[in-house]
Design a protein around this ligand. Structure first.
Ligand code: E4P
Length: 218
């Protein structure tokens, strides 16, 4: 499973690019708005730091306008993936872009039926939202079960559309994404940091350091 960072924050992107394990970036209009800059400017900057798929979401609502907007972003850099909402207009857009060999990420997916429609349109990626589904169902595994079901269905029919586990809120979501067979997990910066840690790792390291110190003072 590949790890992408889910942010438009350039400081975070610059930092994780140095970790050597982050292979792509997803943004959305809320994340871009948080930066107080325009999408084109932010996306251009991101391409300097991460060499892999970078999702840029269209703002338009109607297929014709979405396609035009998508062409503008796609021309910016070969790594750009056009993020399209899971609507009828988004599906029409995805179909047209796939005919032009432009990569797409169909976002806001909450059911196998939606994933099926996106795959039929030739989506490169679908993004099921784990956190928002768990919140809406007041569970800790609705997102996990959705990922498992999409994985099962895609494998059964040899569908090549890749699954991006999105809306990840904590390390357990990342673990669930991996166990469910997601192709990618897109993860906010703080959750990536949390994934590096475990209280027993910290405790174990403190014990080792103390032993080293005692040994060198002899
Ligand atoms: C995915 O591509 C989205 O940007 C993101 O994962 C949404 O997460 P949220 O539900 O935390 O806003």
């Amino acid at each position: 499973m590949k790890l992408f960072i889910d942010t438009a924050n350039l400081a975070a992107i610059r930092e994780v690019s140095g970790w050597g394990i982050i292979e792509g970036v997803t943004t959305n209009p809320s994340l871009i708005a948080l930066e107080g800059r325009g999408l084109v400017e932010v996306i251009n900057e991101i391409t300097k730091w991460i060499h892999g798929p970078i999702s840029a979401e269209v703002k338009e609502d109607v297929a014709e306008a979405m396609v035009e907007e998508a062409f503008t972003y796609a021309r910016m850099h070969p790594d750009i993936v056009i993020k399209v909402p899971m609507t009828l207009e988004g599906i029409k857009t995805t179909k047209i872009l796939s005919k032009h060999h432009i990569k797409t990420n169909v976002t806001l997916v909450f059911s196998v039926a939606q994933a099926m429609m996106a795959a039929k349109a030739g989506a490169t990626y679908v993004s099921p939202f784990m956190g928002r589904l768990d919140d809406a169902t007041n569970t800790q595994d609705a997102g996990y079960r959705l990922l498992e079901d999409i994985r099962y269905a895609f494998d059964m029919y040899d569908i090549e559309t890749q699954i991006i586990a999105a809306s990840i809120r904590h390390p357990m979501h990342a673990e669930q994404a991996m166990l469910a067979g997601a192709d990618v997990a897109t993860i906010p910066y703080q959750v990536l940091c949390d994934m590096l840690e475990h209280p027993l790792t910290k405790k174990g390291l403190a014990i080792f350091r103390e032993a080293q110190e005692k040994n060198t003072s002899k």
